[in-house]
Design a protein around this ligand. Sequence first.
Ligand code: SAJ
Length: 476
Amino acid sequence: MTNKLRKIMDKKGPIKKIGVIGMGYVGIPAAVLFADSDAFELVLGFQRNSAASGYKIEMLNSGESPLKGEEPGLEELIKKVVKTKKFQCTSDFSKISEMDAITLAIQTPFLSNESLEPDFSALIEGLKLTGKYLCEGTLVVLESTITPGTTNGLARQILEEESGLTAGEDFALAHAPERVMVGRLLRNIREHDRIVGGIDKVSTDQAMELYSPVLTKGKIIPMTATAAETTKTAENTFRDLQIAAINQLALYCEAMKINVYDVRTGVDSLKGEGITRAVLYPGAGVGGHCLTKDTYHLERGIKISGGKLDYPDGRDSLFVLARKVNDFMPVHMYNLTVEALLRVGKTPQDSKVAILGWAFIRNSDDARNPPSEPYRNLLIESGCNVHVHDQYVMEYPGVSISHELSSVVDSADAVTILTGHDEYSKLDARTLKHLMGKESPVIVDGRNVIEPDKFIAEGFVYKGIGRGDKNDHAIK
Ligand code: SAJ
């Protein structure tokens, strides 16, 4: 860092115009919160006018949210900032040159988890467009979750090549990872602490100036860019690990014929004296755009750092093992389904199975990497007649999703719950049995949303993840 950048920023004055690239689950709430702040004059949401997502531009500019799940306060805030002309969505990327700060909230999936090959194509395109129109004194922030080392490496390189400017001299560059969860996007941005990591002090200061106005409860935590990237990938990796631990325990409890939720309550009861037991919930699998890949960003970070790692060659890290445990849970759901059908003398091949829930998380339309997909594939491969219900998910490539519960469960041999939507916890055993029209219908609960005894009493064959206390019950 030279004083040159400090001088440029002081001369330029405070950040007033912000460009947010990527109108998705991260970019939209971030953009409207910036726009709703009195600290800023104008926010432009940049969205490619592509066949797949160009529709968002018109929707947003007419004050409507393209996100279909339950998102408290989002639709109202979009309407407000569009009406006050503080927010516009555009596909004219040349307007980047008019902005004081640019944030990139673009998906960063993996091509292969084995080779740790990320698919940065969309991110690279976003960086190239930013670099093409980048002006001196602009702050660029990556909000996407990225491999540690990317901000100071690939991103810096592309921005400098495209703009002819130098990061840390002519423009500021930082990483400020998103920490949002669908269903509470606005609250998470306002209330979670914000990790901010610049490639140098001036960049960190600029990024702190950008995010401070939108925080209500959260505080800014400054660090280096690589530490910020590692913080983000590690916090999701730790969560995945915690879920893997309870999933492994659930498998053990089934084998020992006990109820994992009794054990969970017990383990969770040891509190106080600084003891925290973050015991999460077992289930049919871990989906979404974050936990399914961030472990691999962390693993790749070690690889590209070139640092000497003192750990046995070729042995899976604890983190990768956790990924494999969680990726096994849809397979376990399949095994439970086959076992339950067998109890009524059926096989997948001569059965209709109704899958309830396609979204990766409850009460949301977000269907990125849904655990229901590998589960459905296994059923299909075994010749099963599979139908899918989800009230939130509009469509999914290659899968017909119905919003009509009664038609999906009609004459089904088995109903299997893959997502914990509130609607499924209200399932009535007698009504469902009637719709299925079976003497001994099967129900497999992958999210612990139903009361086993109520269904067993109605003659169902029940299976539940972690419910070793019920899974071999006598059939009524
Ligand atoms: N899941 C379980 N058991 C649990 C919790 C979750 O099986 O106890 C499953 C869910 O059903 C889902 C998956 O894991 O399929 C992921 O669920 P999630 O609640 O972690 O939701 P994400 O992936 O949207 O949110 C995570 C959060 N990360 C952390 O809490 C460390 C969120 O704060 C991040 O912002 C988000 O990843 C992200 O975008 O990185």
